[in-house]
Design a protein around this ligand. Structure first.
Ligand code: G3D
Ligand code: MG
Length: 182
């Protein structure tokens, strides 16, 4: 019997950037206009096809509003293979906050004894790209930050209009295998 590949993916970023919306669009192909703040930890899963035809299951973890509790963050990060950092292109501070606290915290967790930092693959997603008239972040700024945190890609997406959402999740899954095979 073939072994099932499961990768744990965590989404990180400020409240309101669209983490839950990206997951909903990717997993359920729908966008809801009113979301409750995610309470605790939401886990959903979806299969994606890799470039070589293999299938991998993503176990997608949405931490939501409880991120302030250290114990929950610990559970959230533990065993993660992939991290998607999400900011909102209409709010500059959400990009700044990717570096500190989100990236900083993930690195702190991964640098604990026994946790190999290089095992986690990351991408940076600028969400709400449909709000063209309100965009406050230059693509260049996003790219620079992506380089700084060593992310594999910087992708501008819209959970609402379903732009580049599948791409973001698939690129992230693929990057794990590209890295392992090198
Ligand atoms: P979070 O999980 O990161 O906290 P949510 O963010 O997914 O709950 O989204 C926060 C708000 O942004 C929601 O609006 C949601 O509809 C909106 N949103 C999410 N993604 C997009 C997008 O791509 N484009 C636009 N225009 N809006 C988006 P409400 O009004 O429910 O607070
Ligand atoms: Mg949420």
């Amino acid at each position: 019997m073939k072994q099932k590949l499961v990768l744990k993916l965590v989404l990180l970023g400020d409240p309101g950037v669209g983490k839950t919306s990206l997951i909903s669009q990717f997993v359920h192909a729908r966008f809801r206009h009113s979301y409750q703040l995610t309470v605790g930890l939401d886990i959903s899963s979806k299969q994606v096809k890799l470039n070589d035809g293999r299938t991998v299951t993503l176990s997608i973890n949405d931490i939501g509003g409880q991120a302030r509790f250290a114990a929950i963050r610990h559970m959230f990060f533990k065993g993660a293979h992939l991290a998607m950092f999400v900011y909102d292109v209409t709010r500059t501070e959400t990009l700044t906050n990717i570096l500190d606290p989100w990236y900083k915290e993930l690195m702190e967790f991964c640098s604990q004894p026994g946790k190999a930092r290089s095992a986690i693959q990351t991408i940076l997603v600028g969400n709400k790209s449909d709000l063209e008239d309100y965009i406050m972040v230059d693509e260049e700024e996003g790219l620079q930050l992506a380089e700084k945190i060593n992310a594999n890609e910087h992708i501008l997406a819209s959970a609402k209009e379903n732009i580049k959402v599948d791409d973001a999740f698939k690129t992230l899954a693929q990057s794990f295998f590209d890295e392992v095979q090198q």
